[in-house]
Write a protein that binds this ligand. Structure first.
Ligand SMILES: C[S@@+](CC[C@H](N)C(=O)[O-])C[C@H]1O[C@@H](n2cnc3c(N)ncnc32)[C@H](O)[C@@H]1O
Length: 530
């Protein structure tokens, strides 16, 4: 009879006939991402489908998301090992190889297990021929550790940022954009700060780390103590956050009931900042009886309000109209690009506590539906929130000078959220920046037109790219004489009510993954003067 020792001497391809569940799940995520899915949305679905939890789920997640993050480096290793370009390898076999290389170079999976399990996956999904090929490539890949591969692959590359791009698995244009961003927001080189090169290295490294799971306790619906009792830890950064060291957030009742949710602390901070910045009192406006006065909806109107709100929201998809449901008693807040509703939920919670009204607009029907789902607990609680679908660029002319506070969390490249959206670095193209900047300027002008004199607009992006942040603000301010930019710093306070440090160049705010542990969120505060 053969003992264990004999079995381990056998070729990996002779051991297992099919992939194990965690690796099979990780492969399913990679395949879905190849077909256009977002990894962070696909991952939980795949884990549920494969009935994975605990350590298996954590391993599958690290395998899939870590592989996607470092895919640029792994493809270079695979090219050497296979003797052909990744584009010439069957896509499913390429994904299997990427998973194998990730285990060999970045995880503490023993070489024999990484190889044999990956070969088994190849046999199951692509047949015996592919499994031999995978075995051969992984043997080459496993001959060196990651640092040695990087040294070999970058030998002769002269430009230091090209070396960084290979070593940290970022497209070269992204490395250069992040360098520009750090420089533009004065996030390096100043007194007591790291050099620009060191800051760039820290930022690129942070992009490759799995972000901590931050939860938000939506004000008035949940509080952080409830999350701590469920296993989370208090956040130092956001007064409404707790971080979850392990476990599935979906198992927390407050999360299941949408009273709490997973949300980056940076997103929480900027929604709070918009809610905290003062608006100037509105000047009395002459209205005729047919205008806002007659169609007002008192804030505390009736117990069946939530139902009414939901009905009204679904009936008025095309209008988003503030004017049609305006109120004279509270402020009117607008979230102009609300999908899927994370910041709207924080804003809506605060507005609800203070007796204000929130209007949520989103251009995509599907994402409008996500906003409604995100806001479910608030709507059930009777919050006066209206949700509709429309192009934010039209709101300024459709509803001029209507809102007291407007959040424009603009569509952007997402270059500041690459930890969370691992595939985005491979999907974005340099020309996206200019296209999005044009849209951002149009949306910001519309947001300002929709804001009443004395009211404020918070312009936010989850990209630090200067073209999407400082340049957008500069272009809009340069073309208008009815807007001023105000200092946003006083509204960025941590969980101890202390000013958050190293937040960019006055008067705007720029958060960073390597400094604050948040996405690289940008926020500028603009006031309508007349
Ligand atoms: C950065 S996301 C907003 C994230 C959201 N604030 C949250 O915290 O969940 C930008 C959103 O703007 C939407 N969008 C894109 N173009 C738009 C437009 N012209 N008008 C309104 N929304 C738009 C996108 O569909 C996307 O949902």
């Amino acid at each position: 009879m053969r003992g264990a020792g004999h079995r381990s001497a056998a070729a990996p391809s002779e051991r297992r006939r099919s992939g194990d569940p965690a690796r099979t799940a990780a492969l399913a995520v990679l395949r879905a991402v190849d077909d256009g899915a977002y990894a962070n949305l696909e991952m939980p679905k795949v884990l549920r489908r494969h009935d994975l939890s605990g350590r298996d789920a954590a391993f599958a997640t690290e395998l899939a998301l870590g592989t996607i993050r470092r895919q640029g480096l792994y493809d270079r290793v695979i090219e050497v090992g296979a003797g052909r370009a990744p584009a010439d390898i069957d896509p499913i076999v390429l994904d299997i190889l990427r998973l194998g290389v990730h285990q060999l170079l970045s995880l503490r999976v023993p070489t024999h297990a990484a190889t044999s399990e990956t070969v088994a996956l190849a046999r199951e999904h692509s047949g015996a021929g592919a499994s031999g090929f995978v075995n051969a490539v992984l043997r080459r890949a496993g001959e060196r550790d990651r640092d040695t591969w990087i040294a070999d692959l970058t030998r002769g590359v002269e430009n230091a940022d090209d070396v960084r791009a290979i070593a940290t698995s970022h497209p070269a244009w992204v490395v250069s954009a992040l360098r520009q961003a750090l420089r533009g927001h004065e996030a390096a080189g100043g007194e007591g700060q790291a050099s620009l090169d060191d800051a760039l290295d820290a930022l690129l490294a942070a992009d490759n780390e799995a972000p901590r799971v931050a939860l938000v306790a939506r004000p008035g619906l949940a509080d952080v103590d409830e999350l701590v009792e469920a296993g989370a830890e208090l956040s130092d950064l956001s007064p409404i956050a707790a971080t979850l060291p392990f476990g599935d957030p979906a198992n927390i009742p407050a999360v299941r009931e949408t009273r709490a949710a997973v949300q980056d602390e940076g997103s929480q901070l900027l929604a709070i900042a918009l809610a905290e910045a003062p608006v100037e009192p509105a000047k009395p406006v002459e209205t005729n009886d047919d205008a806002a006065g007659e169609s007002t909806t008192p804030i505390d109107d009736s117990a069946t309000q939530a139902e009414d709100v939901e009905n009204e929201a679904s009936e008025s998809d095309e209008q988003t109209a503030g004017a049609s449901a305006s109120t004279t008693t509270g402020e009117q807040w607008l979230d102009m690009c609300a999908g899927p509703g994370g910041k709207a939920a924080v804003l809506g919670s605060i507005a609800h506590l203070r007796g204000h009204v929130l209007f949520c607009n989103e251009s995509s029907e599907h994402r409008t539906e996500l906003v409604r789902r995100t806001l479910r607990a608030l709507l059930d609680d009777g919050a006066e929130i209206y949700v509709g679908t429309g192009d934010g660029r039209e709101l300024g002319s459709e509803e001029p000078a209507t809102y007291d506070r407007v959040l424009l969390d603009a569509p952007c490249t997402g270059l500041g959220a690459m930890r969370r959206r691992p595939e985005s670095r491979w999907r974005r193209r340099p020309f996206d920046v200019a296209e999005l900047a044009t849209l951002q300027v149009e949306l910001l002008n519309s947001a300002l037109d929709a804001t009443r004199p004395g009211g404020i607009v918070g312009y936010a992006t989850c990209s630090p790219h200067p073209a999407e942040t400082l340049a957008v603000i500069g272009e809009v301010l340069g073309a208008r004489d009815d807007v001023v930019q105000e200092d946003a710093w006083p509204y960025f306070l941590d969980a101890y009510d202390e000013p958050i440090e190293r937040i960019g160049t006055l008067p705007s705010v720029q958060l960073w993954p390597h400094v604050h542990g948040t996405d690289a969120m940008f926020f500028a505060l603009l006031r309508k003067t007349r």
